[in-house]
Design a protein around this ligand. Structure first.
Ligand code: SIN
Length: 336
């Protein structure tokens, strides 16, 4: 039988409410992860379990200092030869960000699986126990090795780069953005849809040795909209932003004034990524009719298939790794 380390971080999965029918207004992160595992029927037949509880918060409060604690607990589990896989129980609100950040800075090998819940642990029909059970099935599965950090939710397994929270209330809260799920968990069996891919391994090598700190490079996310004030770009620069991701319209498009502000930031050494606020489809490099507006001319990076939130994290890692705009574009091409 495999041995798994289950890391508790809080969230609704560890939430406690006053009434079984109450699924809003509960206390997130109130129940220790060891107690949650005791309440999962059949888990003792899946793996031997150890636990670690580096924090217990609602994930909307997540900051780099919290990630550092989670990363250290994960690193200890990865280094421990008696641990075969790791499950991280996490609030759903920022789960996709933690998953992708850890995916970027963790060498591929042992399975690492994040899960959470939409209903607190005290709810009638709580989804946490089923999600924990499925996540442990995935983390104990040999075929999960080498696939990077995974998200297991509602019996679907999704790569961290694609995992996206798509519903504020429902238990099927996560989907794979512009990709198929990697696997389904059916009656305790993990049914993989394809073999693990190592295509992006060379690009990921630049990040796998990164040791996170509690002060990650400042990267701002700017959401383009009608009447968006481009002065926000300078404001972020003055606050110390070393990177800016624009969630642009359409194919990462923007009005002239925003382009000028971002071009000035780029000339000043800030890495600028063009992403899109549209939920599906890639942002294609150099697609502008005017040569002077193309990414090549302005030094911009095209986000490819990465959503703005994920693009922001990859840009942070590019800055941590000391990549310039050209090397960062190569990383986006390979990983995005
Ligand atoms: C949180 O993200 O911690 C609260 C919401 C949730 O887990 O669903």
């Amino acid at each position: 039988m495999r041995t798994l380390l289950v890391i508790g971080t809080g969230g609704t999965i560890a939430g406690s409410a006053d009434r079984p029918g109450q699924t809003l207004g509960y206390r997130a992160g109130a129940i220790p992860v060891a107690q949650l595992l005791d309440g999962v029927p059949g888990l003792d037949g899946v793996a031997r379990l150890r636990t670690s509880q580096p924090l217990s918060i609602g994930s909307e409060h997540m900051r780099a200092a919290h990630w550092l604690l989670v990363w250290r607990a994960l690193r200890d589990g990865l280094r421990d030869p008696s641990v075969d896989g790791i499950v991280i129980a996490h609030g759903t609100d920022t789960l996709e960000e933690t998953a992708f950040f850890l995916d970027l800075v963790t060498p591929r090998g042992k399975p690492v699986v994040l899960t959470g819940a939409m209903r607190p642990a005290t709810a009638a029909g709580a989804d946490g126990p089923a999600n924990l059970l499925a996540a442990c099935h995935v983390a104990a599965d040999d075929d999960a090795r080498g696939r990077g950090v995974l998200v297991a939710f509602d019996d679907v397994v999704i790569a961290a780069a694609h995992a996206t929270k798509v519903h504020t209330i429902r238990t099927g809260a996560f989907a794979a953005r512009d990709a198929a799920p990697l696997a389904d968990v059916v009656s305790g069996n993990v049914r993989w849809r394809a073999a693990a891919s190592t295509d992006d391994a060379p690009a990921r090598a630049a990040f796998a040795g990164i040791e996170p700190t509690d002060a990650l490079p400042r990267v701002a996310l700017v959401w383009q909209h009608v009447d968006c004030d481009e002065a926000v770009v300078d404001w972020h620069r003055q606050r110390g932003a070393r990177g800016i991701v624009l969630a642009g319209t359409g194919n990462g498009t923007m009005p002239s004034a925003m382009r000028a502000a971002l071009a000035a930031a780029s000339r000043g050494g800030c890495l600028v990524v063009r992403a899109s606020r549209v939920p599906h489809g890639p942002v294609v490099r150099n697609a502008q009719a005017e040569p002077a507006e193309r990414d090549d001319a302005l030094g911009f990076i095209a986000a490819g298939n990465l959503a703005p939130l994920k693009a922001r994290l990859l840009l942070q890692c590019c800055l941590l790794a000391g990549l310039d705009a050209a090397a960062a574009q190569a990383a986006f091409d390979a990983i995005g």
